[in-house]
Design a protein around this ligand. Structure first.
Ligand SMILES: [Zn+2]
Length: 93
């Protein structure tokens, strides 16, 4: 028997919606810094966000990465991730 719970589910840090992991973008923090993990396979601590412009905006405005990773995140990092999210979101449409 197969059920919908078969797929791993993660919570978007912006809107708190629970979605299948593969529908979300992964942001990772490791020794290289904090960046958008397009492959979803980078080692490190991960946070998940919807592929939506609304959630990307919220992420930047509310500084949600600082909360997710429990440390201050520079504005440049937010801008880079927002730009990368936009690129990725565009591909997903
Ligand atoms: Zn979201």
């Amino acid at each position: 028997m197969q059920g919908p719970k078969k797929f791993p589910v993660r919570t978007c840090i912006a809107c708190r919606a629970e979605k299948p992991k593969r529908e979300l973008c992964r942001i990772v923090k490791n020794a290289d810094g904090i960046f958008l993990d397009a492959t979803g396979k980078c080692a490190g601590r991960g946070a998940y966000i919807c592929r939506s412009e609304e959630c990307a905006k919220k992420l930047v405005q509310k500084k949600l990465l600082s909360r997710a990773f429990s440390e201050p995140v520079p504005q440049e990092t937010y801008e880079k991730i927002e730009a990368d999210l936009r690129t990725l979101c565009g591909d997903a449409q």
